[in-house]
Structures are given as C-alpha cells and as structure tokens.
Design a protein around this ligand. Structure first.
Ligand code: IMP
Length: 429
C-alpha cells in the first residue's frame, strides 16, 4: 500500500510545505490533488527559502516525479513563473519530472476579475478569498463550462475556446458587477502562448499513477489549504471551493482507498486563519500578537500568497479532533512548537459551550460556531528557547506534556514536532 496523503488539519498554513518536503525524500511521486495558486507552501533548504503555490515539494528533490492532479485549477501564467523561478535556482523542470493532468481545469483572467468583483459586492459578508480566481474556476467546472488542460493540446481550437470563455464572463463582469470587460482576443493569444509552452508537460496521469502503484512505488499526495476550508467539511460558506480533505486526494488524482497506508495530518501547535469566518479560539490580545509575530521573520504569521496578517489563537482541540475523524489521520505532525516558548500558560480548547450547553463536536451550523465559547484546558508553559531542538529528551518537560496532551485530546498520536523552519528542526517521537 504505497500511498501517503498529507492534509492540513486546520484552516491551511499548517506548515505542510516542509512536511511535504521531508516526505518527498522517500517518494518516487509527489502529487498535488486540489486547489490552485491560493496555496502557499514555504520550504527552507539550507539558506534558501522557496515559496511555491502550485508545484509540489518534490521539485526540490532529484529523481522525484511531480504531478499536478486533475482536482486542481491551474493558472498557467503562475505555473510558468514558478517553473522559471525553480529553473533559475538550479532545479530543472522537464517533462521527465513534471506532469500536468489533462483533466485539470484552467484559471483565466476572467475568473480572477470575477473573484475580486464578487468579493467587493459581498461587502461585510465577504469571504476574504485570495483573489486568485479559485471559486469562479471551480464554478465553471461544476457548471460544466470549464476549460480543461487537455484543451491546450489543440492550440487553434483552444484560442477559440478562450475567446468564447472571456466573452461569456464579460457579460457578467459588465452587466452584474459593472466592471471593465477583458479583451477576448488578447487573452486568447496570451493563453495560446502558454499552451505552446505547457504542452510537453500535459499527460494522462491516471496511467502514470496506476503504473506506479503496480510497481509498488511510493506516492505522496500533497494537500493544499486545510480540512476546515474543505468545501464539504469546512464552515460553509467560509471555505475554499475544493476538497482539501482525504477524499480530494482520491478523486483529484484517481486511485482507490486500498492503496493508502498513511494519512498524515499537519497542525500547528496553535491556531491561525486567514480570511473571514468563525474561529472560536481566536485571541485579540497580547498572546495573539505574540503568536503572530511582527512580520520580521519569514516564519511569522503573514500569508505566503497574499501577505495578509493571519488571525491567531490557542489550539482548537475540538476542530482538530473533527479533522482527525473526517480524514482518518494515522498520525499528526505538530508544527511550530518553538513559537510557544516563553508563554507562562498555554491553553487547548477541549470542548465548546454553545447556548449554555457543552459539546465536544464541531458544529455544522455557522451560527453555532460563531456562538461557541471554547472550554479550555490550561497547561504550564516553558521558558527555554527550543528552536532547533531535535531530541525528545532535550525538550522541557512542559513541552513534552503539551505534545502528548494534544495527541490524547484529539485521539491520534503526534509522531513529529517541528521546532524551526530548517529541514533538520524536527523531533521524531
Ligand atoms: P479562495 O480559496 O481564494 O476562494 O479563498 C477562500 C478562503 O480560503 C479564504 O478564507 C482564504 O483566505 C482561504 N484560503 C485559501 N487558500 C488558502 C491557503 O492556502 N491557506 C490559508 N487559507 C487559504
């Protein structure tokens, strides 16, 4: 059973990039299964910091085949920019190590324009999207009018499709959102050029994955966003438009569940969220500011994709337990433990109180989650700076207790904890 699925257990930004990076060390294939350039994965290799939005972490390891799965929505301009960034830093991108599913969908400038116009029209009820056109691209997919990657293979016909697509969305842009239309011919010629460049990478990934499975190769599925942003599992409508959870890996890449032997959940040692929507353990005080950091360090809590300051709070054990259950995590990675150093007291929510009633379950109803008051368990903090600690025994007793307690509260073992951004800053439990 050679498949590992890596999933964000919170609202995204759990540090999946670095976990994907170390899982890539034992993988023959690294595959992204959903989302688009709304994601931002930061990976530190020595002195180099890589910020990737579309390309799987395997691109930084020689001999790994990287796949962009059909559950993704791909902005070809951004993808080519990422190819160029990696090439420029000594990581060749070729059709031997980079494959794009012919079934994936394409993000266009119309999708981005509509995303931004829709958010503006929502006013106070805005979702806080990344503005990358993700929702409109998935809308096109679901309403069966999307542009698929394989359309790029016939450049001339693709140009016509793009023109028709831009003209169609222009109607909405102009009539509903009173925004400026885009020029269909200009976009079509731009996209035809992207098609020419991406053609060599477009392939039938089902064949590649099935052959790899038959040969017993290890495939790592790299999730984007997080379980609480999953279209079905998250706090709708404050979610993204794709399946960030385990089901997304199966449908977004195309294989059966019997092949999966590890489902790794990544969670920060505390909580963060970007964008709007309920976050029961959010802190609006000095503790919250300390968790966020000032923005001076690359690991401070500011979005990789949008640069927005992230909302911060104590670890939400109720939400995390839910993520464990709905994904069937076999293990957890607890990231950024070092950030908790120096706090006199630490808290984890173990239940919510909603309208005077205690519940241990994560509610579906938005109003319930908005009204939820966390019931906390408190822990003694630790003073020592643990950044870069790699041995369990070298951790202060309070830090060891905290890690074990997380596993106990959410019902799955924490197998690794990270103590800094570098590849080596990890404790194997
Ligand atoms: P969209 O995916 O751009 O439509 O945004 C929908 C919601 O998901 C917003 O709250 C975004 O801030 C959030 N979101 C999307 N992608 C990520 C991510 O990779 N990390 C964290 N939040 C994200």
């Amino acid at each position: 059973m050679p498949v590992t699925v890596l999933i964000g257990a919170q609202w995204g930004d759990e540090g999946k990039g670095r976990v994907a990076d170390w899982l890539a060390a034992d993988a023959q294939i690294m595959a992204r299964y959903g989302g688009g350039d709304n994601a931002g994965h930061t990976i530190t290799v020595g002195d180099e910091i890589y910020k990737m939005h579309l390309i799987p972490a395997g691109a930084l390891r020689e001999g790994v085949i990287n796949i962009l799965g059909h559950g993704m929505v791909i902005n070809p301009q951004k993808l080519l920019e990422e190819f160029a960034m990696l090439e420029g830093r000594g990581h060749p991108i070729t059709p031997d190590n980079m494959l794009i599913s012919e079934r994936a969908h394409i993000i266009t400038p119309s999708h981005r324009a509509i995303d931004i116009a829709k958010e503006a029209a929502r006013g106070d009820a805005k979702i806080g999207t990344t503005g990358r056109g993700i929702g409109p691209a998935y809308t096109d997919k679901v309403q069966r009018s999307g542009l698929q990657i394989y359309h790029m293979l016939d450049e001339e016909a693709f140009g016509d499709r793009v023109e028709e697509h831009i003209a169609r969305w222009n109607e909405q842009l102009e009539k509903i959102y009173r925004s400026s239309p885009l020029d269909p011919k200009t976009v079509a010629s731009e996209y035809t050029e992207y098609a020419r460049k991406l053609k060599p990478f477009i392939t039938n990934i089902t064949l590649v994955i099935q052959t790899a499975l038959e040969e017993g190769e290890r495939i790592v599925c790299e999730g984007a966003q997080g379980t609480l942003l999953d279209l079905d599992l998250g706090n709708y409508p404050f979610v993204t438009s794709s399946s960030a959870g385990v089901a997304g890996a199966l449908s977004g890449l195309g294989f059966g569940p019997q092949h999966v032997d590890r489902v790794v959940g990544a969670t920060k040692a505390f909580s963060t969220r970007v964008g709007a929507g309920p976050m029961p353990t959010e802190l609006h005080d000095d503790y919250g500011d300390r968790l966020r950091g000032t923005g001076e360090n690359p690991w401070d809590e500011y979005g990789t994709t949008t640069g927005r300051a992230r909302r911060t709070g104590w670890l939400d054990g109720v939400a995390l337990r839910y993520a464990v259950q709905v994904n069937g995590f076999t293990e957890l990675v607890l990231t950024k433990l070092d950030i908790l150093s120096g706090f006199d007291e630490l808290k984890i929510a173990v239940a919510y109180e909603i309208s005077g009633k205690r519940t241990e379950y994560f509610p579906a109803k938005l109003e319930d989650l908005e009204a939820a008051t966390p019931v906390y368990e408190s822990f003694t903090g630790w003073d020592a700076d643990i950044m870069g600690v790699t041995e369990w025994d070298a951790l202060p007793a309070a830090a060891r207790d905290y890690i074990l307690k997380v596993g106990e509260i959410v019902g799955v073992t924490v197998k690794q904890a990270t103590t800094g951004p570098a590849r080596r800053d990890v404790i194997n439990l």
